[in-house]
Structures are given as structure tokens and as C-alpha cells.
Design a protein around this ligand. Structure first.
Ligand SMILES: [Zn+2]
Length: 358
């Protein structure tokens, strides 16, 4: 039985989203979340997943969403980020079913100072829910990991109460990611923060599950965000297994893996670490840096190879009056970036076991 026997093609929310993640957890694979900034990158992600018969997660970051709406728009009051994320989600909804695969539409990291962005997206979900009986987005991510745990949980709960009735999932983050990010050096933070403790996971699980089971947790197990020389922080994905066991014990449940986990900051991690993480209930892994690079490679190689056809509109090595239109048509060179991005997304899917799942 494949995924398409369980959930329909197109954007999944609510019950179908729950079924999709439960299927991934039970069958020990995770779905990559691809950061997209344009219809071109959205299409690349959808095509990549379609061609290997697997589900995919399209996610928009705060900056990526603003870019989607247009760099020329002011982002005062988060207006461009709201517009771009909402437009992006509508675009994904317009085409996803045609690709014949289950698709999750998600918004990436939202820190406390970006809450107006979150509010704008949830308002769009509520409007969409009124008209169609489901939210616009499948899920959203709230990152209050820099705030004290109690405050993190409290603010998440406020939003969870709005998202749960629509069947929209909330992803949250707990613990500090290692490395240096945005000038904040977490190199010397204590172990307990770099590695989320089972008690923290239980505190979240207990509070959230009073409202809904549609939530996921990005726990810190030595993950490093951004570009940072590896080695200072060691990845311990086996900790996720301890969290699952602890929650199971508290619940007195038969379920060995009650929690949906998310893997952040996974760039450069080994196949073994990924396998361990996925075996312990990671159902989603963020992929951004590597697909950005892959998208560039296609453009770069094309421009290098066709240099003499791109210097002027007319005239190339084949003749001074030969037109170059077929070389500078954006459909030609943007497509080259899409092709290399598609390849990299499919590699990510393979690493996560997300192949031939439909
Ligand atoms: Zn994160």
C-alpha cells in the first residue's frame, strides 16, 4: 500500500497531514522541506518529487516569502513577507495536484520579532478555512527557542489554539542550536541547552496534546544552524530515541514513537546520523543551503559554456548575423538551474528514504 492509497495528491492538511506523517514515521522515512523563493524553485521541488514518486514539503522562510512577492516591495510591518507567503501557498495549491503527489505547504522559522508575519499568515488560513473548510497552509513553524522554555510553550499554545481547529500543524523548536549564527556565539553554552532534555520534550508534549496531536518538535541534539566549521558540536540523534521512550513511559502508551520530530541544521550530517534520527521519529528535515548551491550551479555552468552566445543579442561563433535569442530566453537558462536543483532535491529524498513512497 502506497501513500496515494491513504492521502490524495495535492496540498494535504488536517487528517491527511496526520496520516502522511504517521505513515512516514511508521515506515521510517522523512520528507525534505525545500526552501523556495519563486515559482521556478517551487516547480523544481514538485518535479523532483513527482519523478521519484514521493511526497514533498514546500516551505517559505520570512525572507524567501518577501522575495516571492518582490524585492521592490517594502517589508514594513512584514507586509511583503505576508503577501509572498500567502501568494506562494496559493500558487502551490494551484499546481500541486497536477503533479500527482502529496504536498505539504509550510512556513519556516518565525522568531518572536517576526510574529506579525505569523499573524498575517494565520489570518489567511482562517479566511481560507471559512471558504474551503481547511487552512491555506498545511503547517507553520514558530521558533521561540531563544526565549525561556515556559514562555516558548505559552506563546506556542496561544497559536496552537487557533491552528488546531483548522487542522493546521504547528512545528516548534526547543533548545539552542550550536555554532555561531547572526553574531550570537553559542559555542560555550551548557550541554543541557545544546541537547534538549527528555523532560523538556515531555513538558511540551503534555501541554500541546491537551489541544491537538498536530504538532512537531525540532529538538536540539547538537545541530548546527548556518555555515560553521563542524567539530565543535557533536550530533547525538540517538537522544531522540530517549525522548520517545520517556514520553511513552509518561503516557503509559503502547506507541514506541509518540512524537513527530523535525531535523534542523542538518547540512553536512552523515548518512548514519540521518538514519538514526529518522529511525527515532524524524518525519521532516530542512534542506536549504545545498539546494541554493545546486540551483546556482546550473546557471553558472550554462553561462560559462555559452559565453560567446550571450555577449550580444546577435552574433556568435557561427556567424556575425546569427541571432542568440534561443540562448538568452529565460526559459532556457532558468531551466538549467531547475535541473541541477531537481537532482539535489532527489539526493536529499534518497538520504531520507523518501523514494517511491506513493
Ligand atoms: Zn531551527
Amino acid at each position: 500500500m502506497g501513500l496515494l492509497d491513504i492521502v490524495p495528491a495535492g496540498v494535504v492538511t488536517g487528517d491527511n497531514l496526520r496520516k502522511l506523517f504517521a505513515y512516514a514515521k511508521a515506515n521510517k522515512f522523512a520528507i525534505p522541506a525545500i526552501n523556495c523563493t519563486s515559482t521556478s524553485t517551487v516547480n523544481a521541488a514538485l518535479e523532483a518529487a513527482r519523478d521519484i514518486g514521493s511526497p514533498i514539503i514546500i516551505q517559505f522562510s520570512n525572507g524567501g516569502a518577501a522575495y516571492f512577492a518582490g524585492k521592490g516591495l517594502s517589508n514594513e510591518g512584514q507586509k511583503a513577507s505576508i503577501l509572498g507567503a500567502v501568494a506562494g501557498a496559493h500558487y502551490v495549491r494551484s499546481v500541486a495536484a497536477a503533479y500527482g503527489i502529496p504536498v505539504i505547504t509550510h512556513s519556516d522559522h518565525c522568531a518572536k520579532k517576526l510574529l506579525p508575519w505569523f499573524d498575517g499568515m494565520v489570518e489567511a488560513d482562517e479566511a481560507y478555512f471559512k471558504a474551503h473548510g481547511e487552512p491555506l497552509f498545511s503547517s507553520h513553524m514558530l521558533d521561540l527557542s531563544e526565549d525561556p522554555k515556559e514562555e516558548n510553550i505559552e506563546i506556542c499554545l496561544q497559536y496552537l489554539k487557533r491552528l488546531a481547529p483548522m487542522g493546521c500543524l504547528l512545528e516548534m523548536e526547543i533548545g539552542i542550536t550550536g555554532g555561531e549564527e547572526d553574531g550570537v556565539n553559542n559555542e560555550n553554552v551548557d550541554n543541557a541547552s545544546l541537547y534538549t532534555q527528555p523532560e523538556d520534550i515531555w513538558d511540551i508534549y503534555k501541554a500541546f496534546s491537551e489541544i491537538t496531536d498536530l504538532f512537531s518538535i525540532a529538538a536540539a541534539f547538537g545541530n548546527v544552524h548556518g555555515v560553521y566549521a563542524p567539530g565543535n558540536v557533536r550530533l547525538h540523534p540517538e537522544l531522540l530515541g530517549k525522548h520517545q521512550a520517556y514520553v511513552k513511559e509518561q503516557l503509559k502508551s503502547e506507541d514506541d514513537k509518540p512524537v513527530f520530530f523535525v531535523f534542523h541544521g542538518g547540512s553536512g550530517s552523515t548518512q548514519q546520523d540521518i538514519n538514526i534520527a529518522v529511525s527515532h521519529g524524524v518525519v521532516k528535515m530542512n534542506v536549504d543551503t545545498d539546494t541554493q548551491w545546486a540551483y546556482l550551479v546550473g546557471f553558472r555552468d550554462y553561462f560559462n559554456a555559452k559565453k560567446e552566445y550571450l555577449a550580444t543579442q546577435v552574433g556568435n561563433p557561427e556567424g556575425a548575423s546569427k541571432p542568440n535569442k534561443k540562448y538568452y530566453d529565460p526559459r532556457v537558462f532558468v531551466r538549467e538551474g531547475e535541473k541541477t536543483m531537481i537532482k539535489r532535491i532527489q539526493e536529499a529524498c534518497e538520504h531520507l528514504g523518501n523514494v517511491k513512497r506513493n
